[in-house]
Design a protein around this ligand. Structure first.
Ligand code: ADP
Ligand code: MG
Length: 385
Protein backbone atom coordinates (compact mmCIF):
# COMPACT_ATOMS: atom_id res chain seq x y z
CA UNK A 1 0.00 0.00 0.00
CA UNK A 2 1.39 3.41 -0.91
CA UNK A 3 2.48 5.63 1.91
CA UNK A 4 -0.02 8.34 0.96
CA UNK A 5 -2.88 5.82 0.99
CA UNK A 6 -1.94 4.57 4.46
CA UNK A 7 -1.63 8.09 5.78
CA UNK A 8 -4.95 9.19 4.29
CA UNK A 9 -6.85 6.21 5.73
CA UNK A 10 -5.17 6.31 9.15
CA UNK A 11 -5.80 10.03 9.54
CA UNK A 12 -9.43 9.62 8.44
CA UNK A 13 -10.08 6.97 11.07
CA UNK A 14 -8.26 8.93 13.78
CA UNK A 15 -10.08 12.19 13.04
CA UNK A 16 -13.57 10.91 12.29
CA UNK A 17 -13.64 7.64 14.24
CA UNK A 18 -15.01 5.76 11.20
CA UNK A 19 -13.65 3.98 8.17
CA UNK A 20 -13.78 5.93 4.90
CA UNK A 21 -16.22 4.67 2.25
CA UNK A 22 -14.05 5.32 -0.81
CA UNK A 23 -10.36 5.82 -1.52
CA UNK A 24 -9.32 7.70 -4.66
CA UNK A 25 -5.86 8.35 -6.03
CA UNK A 26 -4.69 10.72 -8.76
CA UNK A 27 -1.13 11.04 -10.06
CA UNK A 28 1.29 13.91 -10.55
CA UNK A 29 2.84 14.26 -13.97
CA UNK A 30 5.86 15.26 -15.98
CA UNK A 31 5.70 16.83 -19.37
CA UNK A 32 8.07 15.06 -21.72
CA UNK A 33 7.85 17.92 -24.22
CA UNK A 34 5.50 20.77 -25.19
CA UNK A 35 6.08 23.56 -22.66
CA UNK A 36 3.81 26.63 -22.49
CA UNK A 37 2.03 25.33 -25.58
CA UNK A 38 -1.17 24.33 -23.79
CA UNK A 39 -2.64 27.79 -23.40
CA UNK A 40 -1.66 28.51 -27.01
CA UNK A 41 -4.08 25.78 -28.15
CA UNK A 42 -1.07 23.63 -29.05
CA UNK A 43 0.30 20.17 -28.33
CA UNK A 44 1.76 18.61 -25.18
CA UNK A 45 3.19 15.18 -24.45
CA UNK A 46 3.02 14.44 -20.71
CA UNK A 47 2.92 11.19 -18.77
CA UNK A 48 1.64 10.53 -15.25
CA UNK A 49 4.22 9.53 -12.64
CA UNK A 50 4.00 6.94 -9.90
CA UNK A 51 3.51 9.55 -7.16
CA UNK A 52 -0.08 10.16 -6.10
CA UNK A 53 -2.39 12.29 -4.06
CA UNK A 54 -4.84 10.10 -2.15
CA UNK A 55 -8.24 11.15 -0.84
CA UNK A 56 -10.25 9.09 1.64
CA UNK A 57 -13.93 10.07 1.76
CA UNK A 58 -17.09 9.18 3.66
CA UNK A 59 -20.46 10.65 4.52
CA UNK A 60 -21.19 13.63 6.76
CA UNK A 61 -24.35 15.31 8.06
CA UNK A 62 -26.16 18.47 7.07
CA UNK A 63 -24.64 20.48 4.24
CA UNK A 64 -21.04 20.31 5.37
CA UNK A 65 -17.78 19.29 3.74
CA UNK A 66 -15.00 18.77 6.22
CA UNK A 67 -11.48 18.32 4.91
CA UNK A 68 -8.25 17.31 6.59
CA UNK A 69 -4.84 17.90 5.06
CA UNK A 70 -2.36 15.48 6.56
CA UNK A 71 0.57 17.09 4.77
CA UNK A 72 -0.24 20.53 6.17
CA UNK A 73 -1.64 19.21 9.46
CA UNK A 74 -4.63 21.47 8.89
CA UNK A 75 -8.38 21.33 8.78
CA UNK A 76 -11.12 23.06 6.78
CA UNK A 77 -14.89 23.07 6.99
CA UNK A 78 -17.43 24.74 4.69
CA UNK A 79 -21.08 24.60 3.70
CA UNK A 80 -22.19 23.44 0.26
CA UNK A 81 -25.55 25.14 0.68
CA UNK A 82 -24.98 28.65 -0.64
CA UNK A 83 -21.95 30.40 -2.07
CA UNK A 84 -18.58 28.78 -1.36
CA UNK A 85 -16.07 31.50 -0.58
CA UNK A 86 -12.27 31.59 -0.36
CA UNK A 87 -10.40 30.21 2.63
CA UNK A 88 -7.26 31.88 3.97
CA UNK A 89 -5.58 28.45 3.62
CA UNK A 90 -4.25 27.91 0.09
CA UNK A 91 -4.52 24.08 0.13
CA UNK A 92 -8.18 24.31 1.20
CA UNK A 93 -9.01 26.47 -1.81
CA UNK A 94 -8.29 23.54 -4.14
CA UNK A 95 -10.93 21.54 -2.23
CA UNK A 96 -13.42 24.40 -2.02
CA UNK A 97 -12.76 25.29 -5.67
CA UNK A 98 -13.52 21.75 -6.82
CA UNK A 99 -16.72 21.65 -4.77
CA UNK A 100 -17.84 25.05 -6.05
CA UNK A 101 -17.11 24.32 -9.71
CA UNK A 102 -18.70 20.86 -9.59
CA UNK A 103 -21.84 22.54 -8.25
CA UNK A 104 -21.62 25.21 -10.97
CA UNK A 105 -21.34 22.35 -13.49
CA UNK A 106 -24.68 21.04 -12.21
CA UNK A 107 -23.32 18.11 -10.26
CA UNK A 108 -24.88 17.72 -6.83
CA UNK A 109 -22.67 17.03 -3.84
CA UNK A 110 -23.26 14.93 -0.74
CA UNK A 111 -22.08 16.21 2.64
CA UNK A 112 -18.69 14.56 3.07
CA UNK A 113 -15.68 14.10 5.27
CA UNK A 114 -12.38 13.79 3.51
CA UNK A 115 -8.74 13.34 4.35
CA UNK A 116 -5.92 14.12 1.93
CA UNK A 117 -2.35 12.86 1.80
CA UNK A 118 0.06 13.08 -1.10
CA UNK A 119 3.52 12.01 -2.11
CA UNK A 120 3.77 14.26 -5.16
CA UNK A 121 6.42 16.87 -4.20
CA UNK A 122 4.68 20.22 -3.68
CA UNK A 123 5.45 23.16 -5.95
CA UNK A 124 8.14 21.29 -7.89
CA UNK A 125 6.53 21.30 -11.30
CA UNK A 126 5.12 17.77 -10.89
CA UNK A 127 1.59 19.13 -10.61
CA UNK A 128 0.60 18.23 -7.11
CA UNK A 129 -2.17 20.78 -7.59
CA UNK A 130 -3.86 18.90 -10.46
CA UNK A 131 -3.41 15.59 -8.62
CA UNK A 132 -5.20 17.15 -5.64
CA UNK A 133 -8.00 18.55 -7.81
CA UNK A 134 -8.59 15.28 -9.68
CA UNK A 135 -8.53 13.16 -6.52
CA UNK A 136 -10.85 15.51 -4.60
CA UNK A 137 -13.21 15.98 -7.57
CA UNK A 138 -13.47 12.27 -8.32
CA UNK A 139 -14.00 11.54 -4.62
CA UNK A 140 -16.82 14.08 -4.27
CA UNK A 141 -18.52 12.65 -7.37
CA UNK A 142 -18.20 9.08 -6.06
CA UNK A 143 -19.51 10.01 -2.62
CA UNK A 144 -22.59 11.60 -4.17
CA UNK A 145 -23.25 8.55 -6.35
CA UNK A 146 -22.79 10.26 -9.71
CA UNK A 147 -20.77 9.72 -12.87
CA UNK A 148 -18.49 12.18 -14.61
CA UNK A 149 -16.52 12.02 -17.85
CA UNK A 150 -12.80 12.34 -17.22
CA UNK A 151 -12.47 15.22 -19.68
CA UNK A 152 -15.24 17.09 -17.84
CA UNK A 153 -13.54 16.42 -14.50
CA UNK A 154 -10.31 17.84 -15.93
CA UNK A 155 -12.07 20.94 -17.25
CA UNK A 156 -13.74 21.56 -13.90
CA UNK A 157 -10.32 21.19 -12.24
CA UNK A 158 -8.82 23.78 -14.54
CA UNK A 159 -11.78 26.10 -13.94
CA UNK A 160 -11.35 25.75 -10.17
CA UNK A 161 -7.62 26.46 -10.39
CA UNK A 162 -8.11 29.43 -12.76
CA UNK A 163 -11.10 31.05 -11.16
CA UNK A 164 -11.08 29.98 -7.51
CA UNK A 165 -7.39 29.49 -6.65
CA UNK A 166 -6.39 32.24 -9.07
CA UNK A 167 -3.68 30.43 -11.02
CA UNK A 168 -3.89 30.75 -14.80
CA UNK A 169 -2.84 27.20 -15.69
CA UNK A 170 -3.68 25.45 -18.98
CA UNK A 171 -5.59 22.17 -19.26
CA UNK A 172 -2.62 19.78 -19.54
CA UNK A 173 -2.07 18.98 -15.86
CA UNK A 174 -5.66 18.04 -15.13
CA UNK A 175 -6.12 16.06 -18.36
CA UNK A 176 -3.07 13.88 -17.83
CA UNK A 177 -3.85 13.32 -14.15
CA UNK A 178 -7.37 12.27 -15.19
CA UNK A 179 -6.77 10.35 -18.42
CA UNK A 180 -3.28 8.84 -18.30
CA UNK A 181 -2.70 5.17 -19.18
CA UNK A 182 -0.03 3.12 -17.43
CA UNK A 183 3.21 2.77 -19.44
CA UNK A 184 2.01 5.41 -21.93
CA UNK A 185 2.55 9.08 -22.62
CA UNK A 186 -0.42 11.10 -23.82
CA UNK A 187 -0.27 13.38 -26.85
CA UNK A 188 -2.89 16.06 -26.15
CA UNK A 189 -4.26 18.51 -28.67
CA UNK A 190 -5.09 21.33 -26.28
CA UNK A 191 -7.56 22.88 -28.73
CA UNK A 192 -9.79 19.86 -29.32
CA UNK A 193 -8.72 18.01 -26.13
CA UNK A 194 -8.22 14.94 -28.30
CA UNK A 195 -5.80 12.53 -26.61
CA UNK A 196 -3.69 9.73 -28.09
CA UNK A 197 -1.86 7.34 -25.81
CA UNK A 198 1.63 6.45 -27.00
CA UNK A 199 3.41 3.49 -25.44
CA UNK A 200 6.71 4.23 -23.73
CA UNK A 201 9.07 1.44 -24.82
CA UNK A 202 10.08 -0.85 -21.98
CA UNK A 203 13.80 -0.18 -22.38
CA UNK A 204 13.32 3.56 -21.69
CA UNK A 205 13.41 4.95 -18.18
CA UNK A 206 12.20 8.30 -16.96
CA UNK A 207 14.53 10.07 -14.56
CA UNK A 208 13.14 13.09 -12.69
CA UNK A 209 15.61 15.37 -10.95
CA UNK A 210 14.06 17.88 -8.59
CA UNK A 211 16.44 20.85 -8.51
CA UNK A 212 15.05 22.00 -5.18
CA UNK A 213 14.63 25.47 -6.63
CA UNK A 214 11.05 26.44 -5.83
CA UNK A 215 8.89 27.85 -8.58
CA UNK A 216 5.53 29.44 -8.17
CA UNK A 217 3.05 29.17 -11.00
CA UNK A 218 1.07 32.07 -9.65
CA UNK A 219 4.11 34.20 -10.31
CA UNK A 220 3.72 37.23 -12.52
CA UNK A 221 6.19 35.72 -15.01
CA UNK A 222 3.75 33.02 -16.06
CA UNK A 223 0.95 35.50 -16.64
CA UNK A 224 3.38 37.78 -18.45
CA UNK A 225 4.32 34.96 -20.89
CA UNK A 226 0.65 34.29 -21.55
CA UNK A 227 0.04 37.95 -22.28
CA UNK A 228 3.04 38.07 -24.64
CA UNK A 229 1.73 35.02 -26.52
CA UNK A 230 -1.71 36.60 -26.83
CA UNK A 231 -0.13 39.79 -28.12
CA UNK A 232 1.82 37.83 -30.74
CA UNK A 233 -1.29 35.89 -31.83
CA UNK A 234 -3.11 39.20 -32.24
CA UNK A 235 -0.23 40.51 -34.36
CA UNK A 236 -0.44 37.48 -36.66
CA UNK A 237 -4.24 37.79 -36.78
CA UNK A 238 -4.90 34.27 -35.47
CA UNK A 239 -6.93 32.91 -32.57
CA UNK A 240 -3.84 31.29 -31.02
CA UNK A 241 -0.17 30.69 -31.88
CA UNK A 242 -1.12 27.11 -32.70
CA UNK A 243 -2.48 28.49 -35.98
CA UNK A 244 0.85 29.52 -37.50
CA UNK A 245 3.90 27.52 -38.60
CA UNK A 246 7.53 28.60 -38.77
CA UNK A 247 7.22 29.99 -42.30
CA UNK A 248 4.29 32.21 -41.32
CA UNK A 249 6.12 33.24 -38.16
CA UNK A 250 9.05 34.54 -40.21
CA UNK A 251 7.02 35.99 -43.06
CA UNK A 252 4.79 38.08 -40.79
CA UNK A 253 7.21 39.24 -38.10
CA UNK A 254 7.61 42.87 -39.28
CA UNK A 255 6.20 45.24 -36.68
CA UNK A 256 6.29 42.71 -33.82
CA UNK A 257 8.64 43.61 -30.96
CA UNK A 258 11.62 41.31 -30.43
CA UNK A 259 10.48 39.83 -27.10
CA UNK A 260 7.01 38.89 -28.36
CA UNK A 261 8.58 37.48 -31.53
CA UNK A 262 10.92 35.23 -29.54
CA UNK A 263 8.09 34.11 -27.26
CA UNK A 264 6.07 33.21 -30.36
CA UNK A 265 9.05 31.42 -31.91
CA UNK A 266 9.31 29.20 -28.83
CA UNK A 267 5.65 28.25 -29.03
CA UNK A 268 5.60 27.64 -32.79
CA UNK A 269 8.79 25.53 -32.80
CA UNK A 270 7.76 23.72 -29.60
CA UNK A 271 4.49 22.63 -31.18
CA UNK A 272 6.41 21.19 -34.14
CA UNK A 273 8.89 19.48 -31.80
CA UNK A 274 6.08 17.94 -29.74
CA UNK A 275 4.43 16.37 -32.77
CA UNK A 276 7.82 15.10 -33.98
CA UNK A 277 8.58 13.73 -30.50
CA UNK A 278 5.32 11.77 -30.44
CA UNK A 279 6.35 10.09 -33.70
CA UNK A 280 9.88 9.43 -32.42
CA UNK A 281 8.49 7.86 -29.23
CA UNK A 282 6.13 5.66 -31.22
CA UNK A 283 9.08 4.51 -33.33
CA UNK A 284 11.34 4.02 -30.28
CA UNK A 285 13.77 6.48 -31.89
CA UNK A 286 15.52 7.62 -28.72
CA UNK A 287 18.17 9.65 -30.54
CA UNK A 288 15.59 11.78 -32.31
CA UNK A 289 13.50 12.14 -29.15
CA UNK A 290 16.60 13.22 -27.23
CA UNK A 291 17.55 15.85 -29.82
CA UNK A 292 14.06 17.31 -29.66
CA UNK A 293 14.19 17.45 -25.86
CA UNK A 294 17.53 19.29 -26.00
CA UNK A 295 16.18 21.74 -28.57
CA UNK A 296 13.15 22.30 -26.37
CA UNK A 297 15.37 23.18 -23.43
CA UNK A 298 17.43 25.61 -25.53
CA UNK A 299 14.24 27.27 -26.75
CA UNK A 300 12.92 27.66 -23.18
CA UNK A 301 16.29 29.12 -22.17
CA UNK A 302 16.90 31.49 -25.09
CA UNK A 303 13.49 32.41 -26.54
CA UNK A 304 10.97 31.90 -23.75
CA UNK A 305 13.46 32.77 -20.97
CA UNK A 306 11.90 30.59 -18.29
CA UNK A 307 14.96 28.65 -17.13
CA UNK A 308 17.46 29.72 -14.46
CA UNK A 309 21.26 29.18 -14.43
CA UNK A 310 21.21 26.16 -12.06
CA UNK A 311 18.56 24.44 -14.15
CA UNK A 312 20.57 25.03 -17.34
CA UNK A 313 23.63 23.56 -15.63
CA UNK A 314 21.69 20.50 -14.50
CA UNK A 315 20.25 19.92 -17.99
CA UNK A 316 23.74 20.30 -19.52
CA UNK A 317 25.23 17.77 -17.09
CA UNK A 318 22.47 15.28 -17.90
CA UNK A 319 22.72 15.79 -21.67
CA UNK A 320 26.53 15.44 -21.50
CA UNK A 321 26.11 12.17 -19.59
CA UNK A 322 23.60 10.92 -22.17
CA UNK A 323 26.00 11.82 -25.00
CA UNK A 324 28.85 10.06 -23.20
CA UNK A 325 27.20 6.92 -21.81
CA UNK A 326 24.21 6.41 -24.08
CA UNK A 327 25.71 7.45 -27.40
CA UNK A 328 23.12 10.23 -27.64
CA UNK A 329 20.19 7.87 -27.18
CA UNK A 330 18.02 10.04 -24.97
CA UNK A 331 17.79 13.62 -23.80
CA UNK A 332 17.13 15.94 -20.87
CA UNK A 333 15.16 19.14 -20.43
CA UNK A 334 13.47 21.24 -17.78
CA UNK A 335 9.83 20.30 -17.38
CA UNK A 336 6.98 22.40 -16.02
CA UNK A 337 6.25 26.10 -15.92
CA UNK A 338 9.85 27.19 -15.34
CA UNK A 339 12.09 29.18 -12.98
CA UNK A 340 13.09 26.03 -11.09
CA UNK A 341 11.40 22.71 -10.55
CA UNK A 342 12.48 19.53 -12.26
CA UNK A 343 14.74 18.42 -15.08
CA UNK A 344 13.78 15.11 -16.68
CA UNK A 345 15.67 12.65 -18.82
CA UNK A 346 14.49 9.81 -20.99
CA UNK A 347 17.30 7.35 -21.56
CA UNK A 348 17.99 3.61 -21.85
CA UNK A 349 17.31 1.90 -18.56
CA UNK A 350 20.80 0.40 -18.28
CA UNK A 351 22.44 3.87 -18.22
CA UNK A 352 20.24 5.68 -15.70
CA UNK A 353 22.69 4.87 -12.89
CA UNK A 354 25.52 6.50 -14.90
CA UNK A 355 23.46 9.66 -15.41
CA UNK A 356 22.64 9.82 -11.69
CA UNK A 357 26.30 9.34 -10.87
CA UNK A 358 27.25 12.23 -13.19
CA UNK A 359 24.77 14.51 -11.47
CA UNK A 360 26.22 13.62 -8.06
CA UNK A 361 29.73 14.33 -9.32
CA UNK A 362 29.12 17.54 -11.25
CA UNK A 363 26.08 19.34 -9.89
CA UNK A 364 27.15 21.59 -7.05
CA UNK A 365 24.14 22.95 -5.32
CA UNK A 366 23.62 25.77 -2.87
CA UNK A 367 23.22 24.67 0.75
CA UNK A 368 19.51 25.31 0.85
CA UNK A 369 18.74 23.26 -2.25
CA UNK A 370 17.98 19.59 -1.88
CA UNK A 371 18.33 17.62 -5.11
CA UNK A 372 16.00 14.65 -5.14
CA UNK A 373 15.95 12.05 -7.88
CA UNK A 374 13.18 9.75 -8.83
CA UNK A 375 12.97 7.01 -11.44
CA UNK A 376 9.36 6.68 -12.41
CA UNK A 377 7.16 4.46 -14.52
CA UNK A 378 4.31 6.08 -16.43
CA UNK A 379 1.25 5.45 -14.27
CA UNK A 380 -2.52 5.43 -14.83
CA UNK A 381 -4.83 8.40 -14.28
CA UNK A 382 -7.28 9.01 -11.43
CA UNK A 383 -9.04 5.92 -10.11
CA UNK A 384 -10.78 4.37 -7.14
CA UNK A 385 -8.55 2.03 -5.17
P1 ADP B 1 2.69 22.05 -8.36
O1 ADP B 1 1.35 21.83 -8.97
O2 ADP B 1 3.77 22.18 -9.39
O3 ADP B 1 3.07 21.05 -7.33
P2 ADP B 1 1.39 24.44 -7.42
O4 ADP B 1 1.90 25.68 -6.78
O5 ADP B 1 0.58 24.53 -8.65
O6 ADP B 1 2.64 23.47 -7.63
O7 ADP B 1 0.48 23.63 -6.37
C1 ADP B 1 0.95 23.37 -5.06
C2 ADP B 1 -0.16 23.65 -4.05
O8 ADP B 1 -1.20 22.67 -4.18
C3 ADP B 1 0.31 23.55 -2.61
O9 ADP B 1 0.83 24.80 -2.18
C4 ADP B 1 -0.98 23.18 -1.88
O10 ADP B 1 -1.74 24.33 -1.62
C5 ADP B 1 -1.72 22.34 -2.90
N1 ADP B 1 -1.48 20.90 -2.66
C6 ADP B 1 -0.87 20.04 -3.50
N2 ADP B 1 -0.79 18.80 -2.97
C7 ADP B 1 -1.37 18.87 -1.75
C8 ADP B 1 -1.58 17.93 -0.69
N3 ADP B 1 -1.15 16.67 -0.76
N4 ADP B 1 -2.24 18.36 0.40
C9 ADP B 1 -2.68 19.64 0.50
N5 ADP B 1 -2.47 20.56 -0.44
C10 ADP B 1 -1.82 20.21 -1.56
MG1 MG C 1 0.27 23.17 -10.22
Amino acid sequence: MSDAKTRAIDAYIRAYDKKPEHIIRAPGRVNIIGEHTDYNDGFVLPCAIDKDTVVAIGRHDGDIIEALSIDYDAHDIFSIDGDIVESPQLWANYVRGMAKHLLLGDYSLAPSRISIAGDVPLGSGLSSSAALEMAVGRALIEQSGQMIKLTDLAMIGQEAENQFVGCACGIMDQLISAKASAEHALLIDCRTLECSAIPIPENISLLIVNSGIIHSNSDGAYNERRAQCEKAALHYGVAALRDIDENQLEAGKAGLDDISYRRARHVVTENARTLAAAIALRQNDLSKLGQLMQQSHASMRDDFEITVAEIDRLADIMNDAIAHYCDGRGGARMTGGGFGGCVIALAPHEHIADIIDSIHRHYKKNDNQKVEMLISRASAGVNII
